[in-house]
Design a protein around this ligand. Sequence first.
Ligand SMILES: Cc1cc2nc3c(=O)[nH]c(=O)nc-3n(C[C@H](O)[C@H](O)[C@H](O)COP(=O)(O)OP(=O)(O)OC[C@H]3O[C@@H](n4cnc5c(N)ncnc54)[C@H](O)[C@@H]3O)c2cc1C
Length: 376
Amino acid sequence: MDDFFRSVERFVNERIRPNINDWDEAGEFPRDLYREAGALGLLGLGYPEEYGGFECSLSDRLRLSNLICDAGSGGLLAGLFSHNIGLPPLINHGSDELVSMIAPAVLKGEAISALAITEPSGGSDVANLKTRASLVMVNGEPHYEITGDKVFITSGIRADWLTVAVRTGEAGAKGISVLMVPGTAQGLTRTPLKKTGWWMSDTAAIHFDRVQVPASHLVGQENKGFRIVMENFNTERLMLAGACVGFAKVCLRDALDWAQHRETFGKHLINHQVIAHKLTDMRMKVRATEAWFDETIARIDRGDIDQTLVADICLLKNQATQTLQHCANEAVQILGGMGFMRGCAIERIYREVKVMCIGGGAEEIMKELAIRQLGW
Ligand SMILES: Cc1cc2nc3c(=O)[nH]c(=O)nc-3n(C[C@H](O)[C@H](O)[C@H](O)COP(=O)(O)OP(=O)(O)OC[C@H]3O[C@@H](n4cnc5c(N)ncnc54)[C@H](O)[C@@H]3O)c2cc1C
């Protein structure tokens, strides 16, 4: 594992870090990067070997993703690893045939995977989603025909495979299914969206106009998709929490470095007590959040899983996003005008903070879910 960590570090330092500003300004990173990350083994982390992945503990997987955070771009993390939200429903619940058709190419970086849950009418209330899929016969074969809209979909423009939540049954959570839809499907229209941050990650609005996929593209059982979607959110929230810790550390590191070199009124910034206190507060929040994060991961790795775990993951996500909000805000303040300039990691992270508080379950929803899981 140590060798692997070193090779990922090299990949970050040589391939990612020097290009990160240009990719952000360009609004995309090269598609080849998926193949390079796939060849390195980064995309296959935590996935079954039979599909080209390699098993590793959750803690190693998240420590590795922390190395990518060190380059200071949530957009890269979201885009390059969108399969980490798109693929698990398929791997965990899809038929062998469907998984074998899709997963190996995604883990090699030859195909891009995205998850499409959110709709223009709302993302928090998943049980109320409206995109409809009905069974129809096409050339004597059963197909699902999908009509509706998805929005804010990460990697939605480039995705070769979309993992889509649709309504196949009654209103509410019991009428939802998950389907695998190829990006090339007829009737699919994808529109890029402009955003405050995560510039290099593509984000799409997707319209489905009677898009047909074979009935064999159903993941799990019909009308049992809500549980699959919810289960997937737990991992996404953990990954987001880990990323927040990673980016908060970048804020602390770069702000401390600046404070140790910048002089005002005849001394380094760090020697102004107000600034030193800001940095100690940042460290305090980072250390506390990281400790909680590590404890949660260790708990999962040893199989200590119950309802309080789901509640804690929700609250940990909020703790981590609040820590990042605090650290990014203070880091910009410590850098002064320079913290507001493009090309600086702290400026980019500051722009990216809000999406962490909204994506994968917004702060208010995390509290509601935690309350329900705790039985309060
Ligand atoms: C850059 C970006 C990338 C994204 N990538 C993806 C992706 O890849 N796939 C995907 O499916 N989705 C994606 N999303 C969507 C994201 O998951 C949703 O934005 C999020 O779930 C919130 O949904 P919403 O935006 O529709 O807000 P809404 O659900 O309309 O909520 C708006 C606000 O009201 C609050 N609120 C809602 N209900 C309640 C309540 N009962 N009590 C109190 N407060 C409430 C929410 O917390 C939120 O603050 C992405 C979003 C962004 C911005």
